[in-house]
Ligand binder design. Structure first.
Ligand SMILES: Nc1nc2c(ncn2[C@@H]2O[C@H](COP(=O)(O)OP(=O)(O)OP(=O)(O)O)[C@@H](O)[C@H]2O)c(=O)[nH]1
Ligand SMILES: [Mg+2]
Length: 468
């Protein structure tokens, strides 16, 4: 089993083996539930937010997270000093802050983030779970997982390099995956060619504004821009003397200005399974985030598409037994009568009285982001929806839409290309739980990937249930 040495690492990294002993479990589990709500004593007065750091490779996401953790006292400066010496010795000078999050051997050797990593940190106002996503194009699927768990995002964009390929792709995905609040941190303001210049900041800000508007962000109400240097500690938790021209908030203040999203507790339970563990002495423990509704001890639930059902025996969150979990909570729970091999990642748990929907086919509104040629009926890429990844076929191209107005531009088009918006009929090749976006936004949106890139993304407007 690969265990990270850093506390706060997400359990899903431990994919090599999922059989744990009871004594191993609490510690591991504690790591895995950093995105849970705080412990009961602080729950009452501190709301919880999941925040993902996104953006192009090397623009400084991990460094910004590392710096934030130092400035808020979660990490001691001595730890960074130790990393600095180690990193320099390994020819990776300047990666000391990034190493706080990048704790896998391969990440440190290559100087890139590979998988998402979770870390808890607190401000005066909030309990945050930080999700550090990789920017490298090979790991976009991990960024999708991280972003689908987030309530808000920090887009890190280097002032020296400006908008790059994954800046665009991540903005598009953030929008599609439902991120409603975005902080654009324009980083590396200290770089020589930038020299803390307001003009440089404005150029990148304008580039980003254009992109954000194009994908449908309301820039005035959903987006905040600020300049930082993560490496040199400018405008992270206090205004920077190097940028007296900037009158907006520092990064920490911007995080505290975020709003807690509404918790859809009144809807039926929907809980996509992220991983399944066997814990000696406890039994089978699926892990995942509650998207809607509540999960309580004694509830009768069913996992679909697997079709197994049982009664909830126990729920654990952040190292502690709890009696109920609500939207946003990342939990592990035990269900009577379910074996580890009965259920898997991509299953969704719901009440037996109102089970998740397994679809025969669905109609979706999509936006084509990036396709090397054209999409035609019969095209079968991989759809990423909640924790599921399933090959699905474009069975019918119903309409091409005018992206500006949403009006029909062409009925039954033969092909779709990059930049097109369309209504299409999709048929999964394997059983898949997906819901209408209107009813369950968290389970009704997806990203489409093929050949190592995000081809399209969209939302489910209608669906046909699978019988039996
Ligand atoms: N000059 C300068 N360099 C920075 C700053 N922030 C990050 N860097 C450097 O940029 C490089 C990449 O930083 P990371 O934090 O690993 O970037 P990342 O966005 O997490 O990269 P991936 O996770 O691999 O996508 C390192 O050498 C950092 O020291 C900054 O504010 N100023
Ligand atoms: Mg990184």
């Amino acid at each position: 089993m690969r265990r990270s040495r850093e506390e706060g690492r997400w359990v899903s990294r431990t994919t090599a083996s999922r059989s744990l002993t009871a004594s191993e479990f609490p510690n591991l589990y504690y790591r895995g539930t950093f995105s849970a709500r705080p412990e009961p004593h602080s729950m009452a007065n501190k709301p919880h937010l999941n925040i993902v750091f996104i953006g192009h490779v090397d623009h400084g996401k991990s460094t910004t997270v590392g710096r934030l953790l130092v400035d808020t006292g979660v990490i001691r400066q001595e730890e960074i000093d130790k990393f600095r010496i180690e990193a320099e010795a390994k020819g990776k000078a300047t990666f000391e802050f990034a190493w706080v999050m990048d704790d896998l051997k391969e990440e440190r050797e290559r100087g890139v983030t590979i998988d998402i990593a979770h870390r808890r940190f607190d401000t005066q106002k909030y309990y945050f779970t930080i999700i550090d996503a990789p920017g490298h194009r090979d790991f976009v699927k991990n960024m999708i997982t991280g972003t689908s768990q987030a309530d808000a995002a920090v887009l890190v964009c280097s002032a020296a390099e400006g908008v790059q390929e994954q800046t665009r792709e991540h903005i598009f995905l953030a929008r599609t995956l439902g991120v409603a609040q975005l902080i654009c941190a324009i980083n590396k303001m200290d770089r020589q060619e930038v020299n803390y210049a307001e003009a440089k900041y404005n150029t990148v800000k304008e580039e980003l504004t254009k992109l954000l508007k194009n994908v449908g962000f309301k820039v005035d109400t959903q987006v905040v821009f600020l300049p930082i240097s993560a490496f040199k500690d400018d405008n992270i938790n206090k205004a920077s003397p190097n940028m007296p021209w900037f009158k907006g908030p520092n990064l920490l203040a911007a995080l505290d200005n975020l709003k807690v999203p509404e918790k859809p507790t009144d809807k039926p339970l929907r809980l996509p399974v992220q991983d399944v563990y066997t814990i000696t002495g406890i039994g089978t423990v699926p892990v995942g985030r509650v998207e809607t509704g509540k999960l309580k001890i004694g509830d009768k639930i069913i996992f679909l598409p697997s079709g197994k059902s049982g009664e909830v025996k126990s729920i654990e969150m952040h190292h502690e037994q709890v009696t109920e979990a609500i939207p946003g909570d990342n939990i592990g729970f035990n269900v009577r009568g379910i074996d580890k091999n009965d259920i898997r990642r991509g299953d969704v748990a719901g009440p037996t009285s109102n089970p998740p929907t397994v679809v025969e086919s669905f109609t979706a509104n999509i936006q084509v982001l990036n396709h090397p040629s054209v999409i035609t009926a019969g095209y079968t890429p991989v759809f990423h929806c909640h924790t599921a990844q399933v090959a699905c076929e474009f069975t019918e191209l119903l309409k091409r839409l005018d992206p500006k107005t949403g009006q029909t531009a062409e009925e039954n088009p033969q092909t779709l290309k990059t930049g097109d918006a369309a209504v299409v009929k999709i048929t999964p090749k394997r059983p898949l739980v997906i819901e209408k976006y209107k009813e369950y936004p968290q389970l009704g949106r997806f990203a489409v990937r093929d050949m190592g890139q995000t081809v399209a993304a969209g939302v489910v407007v209608d669906l046909k249930k699978r019988e039996g």
